[in-house]
Write a protein that binds this ligand. Structure first.
Ligand code: GDP
Ligand code: IMO
Ligand code: MG
Length: 433
């Protein structure tokens, strides 16, 4: 059975890109199955840094096929810029990438809608990436105003744009009042049919491709975007993204049935971060959080926004580990905690005077929880040069063991820096299907 998944267990930016790049050489196909240009996956190889938004992190390994499936929403100018930037850095992008003709397309109206609707019912801003992700997924589910990548290559593309722009101009005027500058269907058609021609060589039926590959026993690595706590159905709604970003989204987004998925590697940071609005029980809005932000360079890959930082939340990660069907954990950024005299782990919540290890289903409850912490001694040693788990300081190993115990899964990968070399594998779990 050929499938392995890399899934973020927190609110995104767990270093999924680094891990996927590192594991890619063991696979034949790397698959992105949800999200879009809201994702920012960083891969550091020597003195080069690559920032990927739609393109799978497998692209840096020349022998691998990179597949973007129907569950992803694609922004044509952004993906073209991404391809251009990769090419200018010497990375070949050609027959090694396939984009689904079923993937929905983000248009300029989606970005305008995102700006106008970036507020949750409770009034707190969701703080989206303003990439038009939510409105594009909404139109996909609504169907009437949706255009897929394959539709851009069909003769009725122009009439579809005209039909939709008529409705969107009314909608956007209603939402923003007199401020709305009317969208010009002719100009949008001219611009986007140009993008369609440039993307044409990459477009195909990825569902058929992956089903053939699965039946032929090819090894596939599924690259999650965002994190499980941002899952539209199981995350901290409404402060979530608009796709199933936990492990439950792999089959739906890619079209590969669950029976082909053998291993799930859950990725988490040694602490927690969140970008945008919404409750974050272990947030340290204080000098400790600021220290983590500075040492970890916790600023968004896509938007440059400072990430909110806090302690590791074992209640949340145990929940997402179970939700995403995780077999083993990769704990990243252990080097960032090295500089703290002591470290804390949230082991349970106090909700209205009751101790609980259940992750609440409603954000109003999540806002009220008081984290119950356990304090562990820091390790106060620079670990960035360590290459074997056995050589990690005793207190760092103690910390990792406690994380594993609380979450209920073994830690199989530990990262101590952005570079490929700064990664240690425990080697117990075979990651290849
Ligand atoms: P992704 O969205 O999950 O792929 O993660 P991002 O790329 O948005 O954010 C992770 C950041 O941490 C990137 O800048 C990585 O280069 C960096 N990184 C990855 N692993 C480590 C690590 O172990 N230590 C440190 N200090 N940085 C890391
Ligand atoms: P990667 O793949 C971190 C967050 C946004 C916002 C919420 C909704 O790099 O881990 P959206 O634009 O998706 O409608 O925003 O989700 N968000 C992310 N946070 N990493 C990401 O991706 C994210 N993608 C979206 O900040 O709170
Ligand atoms: Mg990111």
């Amino acid at each position: 059975m050929p499938g392995t998944c890399v899934i973020g267990l927190q609110w995104g930016d767990e270093a999924k890109g680094k891990l996927v790049d590192l594991l890619t050489s063991r696979f034949e196909i790397v698959v992105r199955y949800q999200g879009g240009a809201n994702a920012g996956h960083t891969v550091v190889v020597g003195d080069k840094t690559y920032k990927l938004h739609h393109v799978p992190s497998g692209i840096l390994t020349p022998t691998v096929m990179n597949v973007v499936t129907p569950g992803v929403v694609i922004n044509p100018p952004t993906i073209l810029k991404e391809i251009e930037s990769l090419t200018s850095q010497g990375v070949a992008v050609g027959k090694n990438m396939l984009l689904s003709d079923r993937a929905h397309v983000v248009f300029p109206w989606h970005i305008e809608e995102d700006k106008l609707l970036n507020v949750a019912p409770a009034g707190e801003s969701i703080g989206t990436t303003l990439r038009g992700i939510g409105p594009c997924y909404r139109d996909k589910v609504g169907r009437a105003h949706a255009i897929r990548l394959g539709d851009m290559l069909r003769p009725d593309f122009k009439s579809r744009i005209e039909h939709i722009v008529l409705a969107k101009n009314r909608l956007l005027t209603g939402l923003s009042g007199a401020d709305h500058v009317a969208l010009d269907a002719g100009a949008i058609f001219a611009e986007y049919s140009g993008y369609a021609e440039k993307l044409r060589p990459f477009v195909g039926d990825t569902t058929a491709y992956l089903l053939d590959a699965a039946e032929a026993g090819k090894r596939m690595l599924f690259e999650g975007a965002q994190g499980s706590l941002l899952d539209i159905d199981h995350g901290t709604f409404p402060y979530v993204t608009s796709s199933n970003s936990s492990g439950v989204g792999v089959s739906g987004g890619s079209g590969v049935p669950g029976k082909w998925i053998q291993k799930v590697l859950g990725v988490c940071k040694a602490y927690s971060t969140r970008v945008g609005g919404g409750p974050f029980p272990t947030e340290q809005d204080n000098p400790t959080g600021e220290k983590i932000r500075q040492i970890g360079r916790e600023y968004g890959t896509t938007t440059g926004r400072p990430r909110r930082c806090g302690w590791f939340d074992a209640v949340a990660v145990r929940y997402t580990t179970r939700l995403s069907g995780v077999d083993c954990l990769a704990v990243m950024m252990m080097d960032v905690l090295s500089h703290l005299p002591e470290v804390q782990i949230c082991t349970a919540y106090d909700l209205d005077g009751q101790r609980t290890t259940r992750f609440p289903s409603h954000v109003d409850d999540l806002r009220r929880v008081q984290p119950i912490y356990e304090t562990l001694p820091g390790w106060n040693i620079d670990v960035t040069g360590i290459r074997e788990l056995a050589a990690m300081p005793e207190n760092a190993r103690r910390y990792l063991n406690r994380v594993s115990e609380l979450v209920g899964k073994p830690v199989e990968v530990v990262s101590v820096g952005p570079d490929r070399a700064q990664t240690m594998f425990a080697g117990k779990v075979g990651l290849v299907g």
